[in-house]
Ligand binder design. Sequence first.
Ligand code: GLU
Length: 443
Amino acid sequence: MTTKFRFAPSPTGYLHVGNARLALINWLYAKKTGGIFLLRLDDTDEERSTEEFANGIQEDLKWLGLEWDELEKQSDRTAAYDAAFDKLKAAGRLYPCYETGDELEYKRKRQLSRRLPPVYDRSALKLTDEEKAAFEAEGRKPHWRFLLDQEVVGWNDHVRGDVEVDCASMSDPVLIRSDGRPLYHLPSVVDDIDLKITHVIRGEDHVSNTALHIQLFKALGAEKPEFAHIPLLMGPDGGPLSKRLGSLSLKDFREEGLEPMSINSLLARLGTSDNVVPQLDLAAVIEGFDIGHFSRAAAKFDPAELRNLNAKIIHDMPWDQVQDHLGLDGASEDFWMTIRGNINVVGEAALWWNVVSGDVAPVVEDQDFLSKAAELLPDGEFDDTTWKTWTTAVKDTLGVKGKALFMPLRQALTGQSHGPEMNRMIVLIGREKAVLRLAGKTA
Ligand code: GLU
């Protein structure tokens, strides 16, 4: 049987690290099992869903490399939800309720003040036809609740092991609002059935939803899929991921210039028993993926760890992987290999590109020393031996060594006090610029 997974974001905002992690886990599991990855846009909330967010989500997923095999929008599938509504109603599993939001809130408060669990009391089930007609005559439109079987529902969760939820302590969920629009539960289960989803992997905030979904699968005459509930991400201090860490949207990380593979490498391993390791491509991440390695404990996400990982990825990144997004006209493999160890994000390569090909104001403390050193430059084109030959000559002739020798030469040639190996840099800078900079001129 072909496995089929879905990632089901609501297009009411941009993807953040938490939902990108679920997208990645679903995608990896699909790839690992040779299955299908479906992107499902949960856009039934017309007020909050926008085209801009739907496009943003797709752009972010493509940037991460998580291409989908199929795409569905819930707003295209309302006929299927209507049919399921009719089926549940005919089976006696849906009942109309007429309470207003205020009335429900009042009931809830009264239950709480009596120390009773705030579970819906099913009073709408007892309404007579006359009472219902009276509400309708008042202009009230019903919302529809699903009549739960008051039983314990269980499943074997790929992350949590055997889970049991007692539905007797749950309110009958509202499936259809009084304006006729379905809320999340019914479309989600109908889609999982119709689109033949075999594995539902989502955040652990959905554990109790899963119990009621299992009842819905059964009521609609379908087998339930497999489930895995992934613990949520926490901030580095173990508290909720907060704004204090800055925006955690993928869009912002992308605009900051981070590599998608640093995000994939980190999110695939957070909360697992495996070490986080920098990976240069998704094939390696698929290789190391095992849903059984996710732990039940919450995982900590630290943007500093992400930036560190990004730097490690850059330091190992081969030319063919960076060439297309380096964005520096004329930059060569030689240049990249020389400077990659000195940058944390690809965008910083521009500084070094300017040092080798643009105009740099030399940092000069002792012009006399630099002028004498310039006279000792070896003849001919610069090559890998130039720096060594030259600095040995300067040391022997002018009697300067160590930092006092290397620092002024570096500062004059690059305008910087730190940077890539000078024996490589001097070749990239070339004789013409080197001579001018050693003379104190911007070149
Ligand atoms: N749109 C839902 C959410 O973002 C989907 C949950 C699910 O995977 O079923 O929470």
